[in-house]
Design a protein around this ligand. Sequence first.
Ligand SMILES: O=C(O)CCC(=O)C(=O)O
Ligand SMILES: [Fe+2]
Length: 307
Amino acid sequence: MDTIATISLARPREEIAGELGRSFAEYGFAIVRDHTISQELIEKADTLARQFFALSPEAKHEYRIEGGGGARGYTPFGTEIAKDAAVHDLKEFWHVGRTLAEGHPLSAYMQPNIWPREIDGFRETFEQLFRAFEETGALILSAIALHLGLDADWFEDSVKDGNSVMRLLHYPPLPHDAPDGAIRAAAHGDINTITLLLGAEEAGLELQDRQGNWVPVSPPPGALAVNVGDMLDRLTNGRLRSTTHRVVNPSGEAAKRSRYSMPFFLHFRPDFLIEPLPNCTKPGEPAPEPILAHDFLMQRLREIGLA
Ligand SMILES: O=C(O)CCC(=O)C(=O)O
Ligand SMILES: [Fe+2]
């Protein structure tokens, strides 16, 4: 396989499992089209995200949750810093999490959502998009399960009421006073299970291949870029790879434009034990220690300045 696979989710899972798995094993990424998120919903969400980021800095700061680690609401420009990076990313974002019923046993792990009062339909649209991402994510996970030789529903319980987060991202036009070396999103691996990304048709996203080359990831409009996160990498003992990726700065005219994207970070449930799968380990060979998904997340959030 010499390129990232493009996969139609309209095909039976049994048929796509191999191709998807090979792309994840080699590149950690696949392009997924014909997914279950409607174009109408994507466009609505995109419009509302743009409306939110167009609010004044003062209005947006109202939605920053002090001490909340950016888990919900607004995180301003210049907050997140990739692990081992020297300067902050050139981005601002809004996080939507799961809405849990009152008294839900997992509510200790998840902060409640907040919503911008200025934007009509924001809550409804993004709650709907959250559900749609989950539905598509479940289909992709069942194909991954088949690829790994597991039952198609193996992941169902592992992600039920998981701590998934949808991120609305805005990379503003390149500021003239950006610190040396600052880029839109510095090289990083995603922490979670799998990420489903909308909006990456606007250039800039790149993954690092095994040889260390940076390879552009350019899905067609409306398609998803899907990648393996560190938690799935750990569960599979590296058989499916969480690859380092970044968003580079545009040059020329594109530098005067904003870039918007929407990743959905699909997470295991906080009390899921990430323990390498037996068929991904060999006796006598080293494998990662089992760790609870919540503990793993906390460890990683501290490293990126968000916890
Ligand atoms: O904006 C993008 O295209 C990718 C963003 C990303 O990798 C992230 O937020 O983890
Ligand atoms: Fe990422």
